[in-house]
Structure formats: C-alpha cells, structure tokens
Design a protein around this ligand. Sequence first.
Ligand SMILES: NC(=O)c1ccc[n+]([C@@H]2O[C@H](COP(=O)([O-])OP(=O)(O)OC[C@H]3O[C@@H](n4cnc5c(N)ncnc54)[C@H](OP(=O)(O)O)[C@@H]3O)[C@@H](O)[C@H]2O)c1
Length: 256
Amino acid sequence: MRPPSVLNTLSPHRRDQERTDMTRHAVVTGGTAGIGRELVAQLIEDGWEVHCCGRSRAALDELAAHPRVHATPLELRDAHATAAWAEQLERATDGRIGLLLLNAGVQHEGPHERRTPASIADEVAVNLTAPALLTARLWRALRAADGAVVFVSSGLALVPRTDAALYSATKAALSSFATALRRRPERGVAVTDVLLPMVDTAMTAGRGDGGKLQAREAARAILAAARADRRVGIGRARALPALAWAAPWLARRVIR
Ligand SMILES: NC(=O)c1ccc[n+]([C@@H]2O[C@H](COP(=O)([O-])OP(=O)(O)OC[C@H]3O[C@@H](n4cnc5c(N)ncnc54)[C@H](OP(=O)(O)O)[C@@H]3O)[C@@H](O)[C@H]2O)c1
C-alpha cells in the first residue's frame, strides 16, 4: 500500500481513485439467510465491501447496520428490478466488482405433475434467469476488476432428484451456463460453479440424516473455491464430477 505521505500529495480526484482501487467490492445474491448470510459475514471479516440483496426486511435491516454492507430489498423474479439493481451496483462500485456470488435459490419439492405454474416460473426465474441476467449486466465490471463469478449450484445438477426434478434441472442449466462462459477465449473473469451437497439451512429443514454440511462450512468452501475457474465439488460432493461420469450409480448414493 502507498505510504500516507505520498497519498497526501495526490490531487483529491486521484485520491478518490486510489481509494476506489483499494476497495474490494463483492456482490452476493440471497444474503439474508442460510449460506448467503454466512458468505456476507465471512466477506466482511475478510475486509470486503459487500453488496447484497434479499427480501426479508428484518434480515436486510440487520445486515445494513454494518458499515461495509449495502443491503438492497429485491425480488429476483422481477427482471426489471434486477437489472436496475445491476445498474446501481455498477455506479456504487465505480464499475469494478471483484467477486459476484450468485447464491440465491429456491427449491420446490413434490411430484412434478402437482406443480403450479407460479411455482414453476419462480424456480426458473430465481435459479436461472436472475443469475444469467446479473452475469450479463455485471460482466464488464467483473472484467475491469480482474474479478470472479461463482454460480452456487448443486450435486443435483449431475444427479437429479425425482421429487425435485425442475430444481435439479435449473442447477444443471446453471452449471452448463458456467461451463460455456469458461470456454470463452479472452474472458478476463474467473468462472466457477460449485456443487454443494445437502447443507443445513431452511431449504433442507426436516430432511437429511444429520450428515448435512453446516452453512458456515459451505460458505468457507465456496469462498476458498471462488477463483478456481472450474467446477468444484464441495464436501460429500467433492468427487461428484468424476463419479457422475465414471460410476453414476455410486454418484446417486453420494447425493440424496
Ligand atoms: N441447502 C442446501 O442443501 C443446498 C444444496 C445445494 C445447493 N444449494 C444452493 O445454495 C444456495 C443457497 O441456499 P440456502 O440453502 O442458503 O437457501 P435459503 O436458506 O433458503 O436462502 C435462500 C436465499 O435466497 C433468497 N431468495 C430466494 N428467493 C428469492 C427471490 N425471489 N428474490 C430474492 N431473493 C430470494 C432468500 O432471500 P429471502 O429469504 O430474503 O427471501 C435467501 O437469502 C441456493 O442457490 C441453493 O439452491 C443449497
């Protein structure tokens, strides 16, 4: 870092520029609960300026109490509101985003023939459309910061669950999207998709056998993998990318 005496000789404009250059901006969708909330907490500890969104007012107010957290109420099913948030982010970060964590997600369970049109639209909009839209709008800012985007996917992307067929399909699409972005030459942005096993959050309440990963551990692993620039299996899902290819029957036993 530049010694203060030198910084003091810079013009006010240049000093502002220096400050912006030193500020690391991270964006987290779904920062209000579960894994996202842990991601925000760990990013703050690591010195990042964190921009996050969610719907729960109480959780947003609590997050916004931290001086380095900018918490925005946002319905991710609303594409116009999501695009407007992206514009706001570009301005607030001076067009330089170091880390984009596309974490928000929703899962509806049950036999697919009983699903309502609204729940189908909800799952696709939150799990796939919103991440695709934010990636498009924030790509330039990620490039400018030599940044990284992380798609929070699931082991179910490779081993779909029969009672969460559409959820599994949205995660498969998200991981496929990440693969395609990675193959672009000259991209200047690290692209990682993380395959999570079952994590102990509201999403999995009442399920699992006690072997669930804690949200804090999941967040730690996601941040450790953030610049991996490849598909990363976490916890029980670590070997999944290889297993799903070589021994699909074994992969199905690893992810339930
Ligand atoms: N838990 C698991 O076992 C597991 C396994 C594999 C992958 N994942 C993935 O990990 C990610 C995080 O999951 P989680 O377990 O932490 O879930 P969670 O505890 O249910 O939290 C979901 C987050 O997404 C936000 N969100 C959901 N719908 C939204 C919408 N329409 N508009 C704005 N924000 C919305 C929620 O905000 P509000 O509460 O404020 O609405 C909340 O912050 C998801 O992408 C999930 O698919 C989870």
